[in-house]
Design a protein around this ligand. Structure first.
Ligand SMILES: [Zn+2]
Length: 473
């Protein structure tokens, strides 16, 4: 006997109906399953769980919305005329807790030529049979691991099949609607953290903005003009990202991470959005910006944050120095070490002119070495304003970009760099947004917003259908 056997007409007896169902189902379990040990007993219950729990949910729906299940009359929300009730129609509903068939009345307004299900709207049902709590888990799992593994994980844990394709579709549907401010904590939450740090302090706390790039395996979007089956060649593209955090002594207080495959300008626009949303209150903090020598990091920062202290990652700078020393004096020689030490000390204390002077006098043995020296000369000239490490450190700023590098690794590398995986940029960005939300502690907020927007879309779609004078079934 299937679960359709239960057809409640009254909301009062939902418990009785559920007990009857449970009784029948227990008979079935007793008859059909071998239950010699706990493993087998548990398996029997596990396999029936979804339907049993589904019936319990259905019972509770009857309890709450019995009037909508048995509704005979309904006024059109548009023209106010009484709508005609049609037969009940059935649809499959799957939630994390269980699965059931929902038979609910359909109403149709002849004047508006529009029909709908009042109960679906009251329950806030998704168009998909898989409801929002399942979609939440789909996006959660798929942003951690390959879709295939996510699908298998879901089945092993819930006992319910869910295809790899559905995982993919749901995750991207959720991801593509996520904007940068959706993954950020609110202004109030950020201010609270700043205020807690400011208490009894003479100077404002330091907020660091770290920027970093990572390369991810991307392939071109499928073009409508390209012949079917032919796929563009993949290439490594830069995932640009930033992390905002507060410095609390030895600790850091994370605020916001955001990583996307995007252009310099798009990244700058994201920063502007955060700034305009008031999430970087420059009057309450001292802002430090840190990154390596990549031009995209610095080309717009001064313009967006004119008062920030810009700091070139000390380790990036010291790698440069080591490269020059090893090339000129011989790898790991005493002279190389001494030159490194002296040069880094000068840079640290802001004697950049002296270093530049020394570089100018260096006589390279080969053109290759000369090129290295010249490149370092340019690097130092371009970035020396960001190399006042001694004063930066005394001010309490970070001079290394470890904090952004570690979030970058966690957010971008772990999911995107899997062997054999080449990503469409759009899909990679969808995954990145979801991972950023998790990292920022805003994942639940993102899912709530997705639900709200989706419900809104369903209503708008109904309205449009109404205007087009089509019947919605
Ligand atoms: Zn109407």
């Amino acid at each position: 006997m299937g679960f359709a056997a239960i057809k409640a007409e009254s909301s009062e007896n939902w418990r009785t109906l559920f007990y009857d169902f449970l009784d029948t189902r227990l008979d079935k379990i007793e008859q059909e399953y071998p239950m010699d040990d706990l493993g087998e007993i548990s398996k029997a219950v596990f396999q029936e769980r979804s339907e049993i729990m589904g019936q319990m949910i259905l019972g509770l729906i009857k309890r709450k919305y019995g009037h909508l299940l048995n509704q005979q009359k309904c006024d059109c929300s548009d023209c106010g005329k009484s709508m005609q009730r049609h037969d009940k129609l059935s649809r499959t509903i799957q939630t994390l807790a269980g699965q059931f068939e929902l038979e609910r009345p359909y109403f149709y307004c002849r004047a508006c030529r529009f029909g709908y299900y009042p109960l679906d709207e009251a329950l806030g049902l998704s168009r998909s049979s898989k409801q929002y709590d399942i979609q939440d888990v789909e996006a959660w799992l798929s942003s951690e691991t390959a879709y295939e593994t996510a699908s298998e994980t879901y089945e092993r844990i819930t006992g319910v099949k869910l295809s790899e394709h559905h995982m993919y579709e749901t995750t991207n549907t959720i991801g593509q609607e996520v904007g940068i401010l959706d993954v950020c904590a609110s202004k109030e939450e950020i201010y609270k953290k700043i205020e807690a740090l400011s208490e009894n302090k003479f100077r404002s706390p330091i907020m660091m903005l770290g920027l970093d790039g990572a390369h991810g395996p991307m392939r071109p979007e499928p073009s409508p003009h390209r012949r079917k089956g032919k796929r563009g060649k993949g290439e490594w593209k830069e995932i640009k990202g930033f992390r905002l955090y507060l410095i609390d002594g030895e600790k850091i207080i994370h605020l916001i991470s955001w990583h996307q495959v995007c252009t310099d300008n798009e990244l700058a626009e994201y920063l502007v959005k955060i700034k305009e949303a008031g999430l970087i209150p420059e009057a309450k903090i001292r802002l430090g910006i840190i990154g390596d020598g990549a031009p995209w990091i610095w080309n717009r920062c001064k313009e967006i944050f004119p008062f920030a202290k810009e700091i070139l990652d000390y380790y990036h700078c010291s790698e440069y120095v080591h490269g020059v020393a090893n090339a000129h004096y011989g790898k790991e020689t005493k002279e190389a070490r001494q030159w490194c030490e002296a040069t880094l000390t000068r840079i640290h204390f802001g004697y950049h002119e002296e270093v530049l002077g020394g570089l100018g006098k260096m006589k390279a043995k080969t053109q290759e070495v000369q090129d290295k020296i010249d490149r370092f000369y340019t690097y130092l000239t371009n970035h020396c304003e960001k190399m006042h490490y001694d004063s930066a450190r005394r001010g309490g700023y970070h001079i290394g970009s470890g904090a952004i590098e570690s979030s970058n690794k966690f957010i971008s590398h772990t999911r995107l760099k899997r062997s054999g995986a080449w990503w469409y940029i759009q899909n990679a960005n969808n995954i990145l947004k979801i991972r950023c939300a998790k990292y920022n502690g805003t994942y639940d907020k993102v899912i709530e917003k997705y639900k709200r927007d989706d419900q809104e879309k369903i209503k708008i779609k109904n309205k449009i259908n109404r205007k087009n004078l089509r019947v919605v079934k």
